[in-house]
Design a protein around this ligand. Sequence first.
Ligand code: FE2
Length: 241
Amino acid sequence: MIQQQFKSISSTTKEVNIMLEVAVPLSAEIEYDITNISNSIIYKTSGLLEKNSNLEGTDQLLFFFAVAIGKRDPDTGNHCERLVKIGSEFGAYLELSPLEIRDLNWGAYLHDIGKIATPDAVLLKKGRLTPDEWEIMKQHVVIGERICHPLASMKGVLPIIRHHHERWDGSGYPDGLKEHEIPYIVQVFQIIDIYDALISERPYKKGLTPELAISLMRKEADAGWRNPELTAKFAEFILSR
Ligand SMILES: [Fe+2]
């Protein structure tokens, strides 16, 4: 599937050709060899980026890659684009610096880039994941960080990639970070990510109204999943629009 998407994008640039060389064999591995795929992908992708860390347009390549990966799950629609919009607005509301807002926006596209290593059988499974499948799914944050690590421009985005599934009470993954151990930019990202997921219509659910979404997010903050102060600020931001 990914293979077809990459092939359908016509470009003559050197960068895209390099990415195609990596993406096509990787996508074949995703379809036919799902057991030891993670290490192989990390090795190939990181190697490419390390060797080409000064390559003009490498950042764009990562975005290109990330968007193609996102297309594997058609249920999410334009989730990334919506995150960029709301992230820019909420970031400005919180008076984040332009660089922090840029990191937030890049995080919107790149936070799940590690899902390149998640097999379709797990990523697209409709039913409940088994404990083993869940462990595979959780790896995407660590793999994503390792893919982007070689690029200096990604420094501010790495915490979003690694920690976007942590929870305020320490029950998240991969590191079980608690409260302010979770970088602030990650807390902001998590808030906009969950809000967009709640208000969006998916094939299996209707989108909630902003009021209902905020009410649910407050309950989750009360349950210990999110920073209650930041959740209150977000509620103020959304409900005053
Ligand atoms: Fe994720």
